[in-house]
Design a protein around this ligand. Structure first.
Ligand code: FAD
Ligand code: EPU
Length: 335
């Protein structure tokens, strides 16, 4: 018999550390438990939660929260060059990366220290330091929330893009990812160190997957706030893509604006630069603030409500829009 906990605070379950109450709460340790929990929740809405590192709660939830906690890592196939590893959704992402590095499997090292669960990683196609999840993704298994059937998705069906996938768009709310299968590389590894900060940090060190992972960890720890110390959800906004013509107009006033070519017609601009240039970096409105070392990260200094963090985000969006005619898109899931 499944036991839901009643009226549970989600404060320990979201990295912003926002205090809201969910009517019911249950940890999911298997597909069977997940199916039963959905069946028992038929009359109330339910939500899936992994590590809570990409959500911002703005109100209490009159429904059931399912915490994905199914565990297991198995090698499902291998040859001389590659290994297929199937990982249950409730595994911690960084612990999985550490497991790969220990076993000398390459491909995930640039994604070291990203918080959250393996099951959530395909949802926004996590990315960092020149690598996105899609480059090592082989397939995932997901449960259809209506008929409780299991379906396998290949990379094409997931429609991965920059911080997006089919699970965030067309299939939103329709499937729960139960496991993810990754294709990793045995030696020789393909080391990716094109990202500026990573190249600089590695300097003359041997470009091994171990050294890349350590460099990524060092860089991240030097500028991203540790959610255990200061509540946050990583980058609050996506980096915007703008047309070359808009960039040229902005460059007339701000020739120093950093920009990275994305396609023939578009460039990516770091939202952190736009926010910093408006003077928001290190500022705070009550307990909601903009981090002092990374302007793209909004923080909760203690008891900020989700709505207060959203209000600060709106103020930033409006200031950026007014000055640069760029609409910043929120990356974090506002609930
Ligand atoms: P949650 O926050 O629990 O959930 C996120 C969304 O996915 C919710 O809508 C939830 O309902 C849904 N979901 C979760 N699990 C499942 C599932 N199994 N099936 C279906 N839906 C599901 N992201 C990056 O891409 N790159 C970074 O470099 C990065 N750095 C970060 C640094 C910090 C300090 C923090 C706090 C966050 C960072 N993030 C980064 C964002 C975050 O870590 C990722 O988005 C991560 O994949 C979220 O995982 P989670 O388990 O915490 O998801
Ligand atoms: N910048 C500033 N001021 C700031 C922050 C950044 O001017 O306060 C400018 C600088 O020019 C800097 C550039 O932005 O060189 C890039 O900064 P950084 O390398 O810190 O990366 P980012 O663009 O701010 C993105 C991701 C991160 C990811 C890093 C590394 C998005 C929305 N964010 O941040 O992902 O870890 O690159 O690849 O794409 C996340 O999604 O939560 C996240 C942390």
């Amino acid at each position: 018999m499944l036991e839901f906990r009643e009226k549970v605070s989600l404060k320990p379950y979201n990295t912003f550390g926002v205090d809201v109450i969910t009517q019911k709460f249950i940890a999911i340790d298997s597909i069977d438990t997940l199916k039963k929990a959905i069946t028992l929740s038929k009359k109330m809405p339910f939500r899936i939660l992994g590590g809570g590192s990409n959500v911002l709660f703005t109100e209490n939830f009159d429904g059931a929260t399912f915490l994905m906690n199914n565990k297991g890592i198995i090698i499902s196939n291998e040859d001389d060059h590659h290994v297929l590893v199937e990982v249950q959704a409730g595994e911690n992402w960084h612990e999985f990366v550490v497991w790969c590095i220990k076993n000398n499997y390459g491909g995930v090292e640039n994604l070291s220290l990203i918080p959250g669960s393996v099951g959530a990683a395909p949802i926004q196609n996590i990315g960092a330091y020149g690598v996105e999840l899609k480059s090592i993704f082989y397939s995932c298994q997901a449960l259809n929330v209506i008929d409780l059937s299991l379906k396998k998705f290949n990379a094409q069906e997931c429609n991965f893009g920059y911080r997006t996938s089919a699970f965030k768009t067309d299939l939103k709310g329709k499937f729960i990812i139960t496991s993810v299968c990754f294709q990793l590389k045995k030696v020789p590894h393909e080391i990716k160190i094109s990202y500026g900060a990573l190249k600089v940090h590695l300097k003359d060190k041997l470009p091994s997957i171990q050294n890349v992972a350590q460099a990524v960890i060092d860089i991240r720890q030097s500028k991203l706030p540790d959610p255990k110390k200061i509540g946050n959800g990583g980058s609050f906004f996506k980096n915007p893509l703008v047309s070359n013509s808009l960039l040229k107009r902005i460059q007339k006033l701000y020739p120093e604006i950093p920009n990275y070519p994305n396609s023939d017609n578009q460039v990516k601009i770091p939202a952190g630069w736009l926010i910093e240039s408006l003077g928001f970096k290190g500022t705070r409105d009550g307990d909601a603030g903009v981090h002092k070392d990374q302007a793209l990260v909004l923080v909760n200094y203690g008891s900020a409500k989700g709505s207060e963090i959203v209000a600060l985000a709106k103020k930033i969006q409006s200031a950026v829009n007014q000055k640069f005619q760029i609409q910043l898109e929120i990356e974090v899931n506002i609930l």
